[in-house]
Design a protein around this ligand. Structure first.
Ligand code: FES
Length: 144
């Protein structure tokens, strides 16, 4: 059911923890399953120099957060914003369709952390376009 990459990132998640003096913090929850995720970012000269996560959630959410933090490291804020849940799932060599929405948590957490940074620097927040974290009415239910 899960790719080797998903299993690897689930069993050996990268970047677990919390950056103490983070420049941006994002917390998101998935209301249909109650899973939550916190992303902390260190940002220097518009570059994400460090990213960490804490996830209270399913294996797919853990693997997605791990991969997402890997993908945004070293990227500009603009590039990091474009790291979609689909890109995370692709980098994980796929997620079962019923678990695709778990990867949305990672995208949402990164977006919130970026916007937290922008708010702190009096920059206009960027707009969420494709996120459906709170739009689960027609979505599959989370299943552990
Ligand atoms: S994030 Fe809730 S089941 Fe995956």
């Amino acid at each position: 059911m899960y790719s080797d990459k998903v299993m690897d990132h689930f069993k050996n998640p990268r970047n677990v923890g919390e950056i103490e003096d983070a420049d941006g913090i994002g917390e998101v929850g998935n209301p249909s399953c109650g899973d939550i995720m916190k992303i902390t970012l260190k940002i220097k000269n518009n570059i994400v120099v460090d990213a960490k996560f804490k996830t209270f959630g399913c294996g797919a959410a853990i693997a997605s957060s791990s991969m997402a933090t890997e993908l945004v490291r070293g990227k500009t804020l603009e590039e990091a914003w474009e790291v979609s849940n689909k890109a995370v799932a692709e980098a994980l060599e796929g997620l079962p369709p019923i678990k695709m929405h778990c990867s949305v948590l990672a995208e949402g957490g990164i977006h919130k952390a970026i916007n937290d940074y922008r708010r702190r620097h009096s920059l206009p927040e960027w707009e969420e376009k494709n996120l459906h974290i709170h739009d689960h009415d027609n979505d599959v239910e989370c299943q552990h």
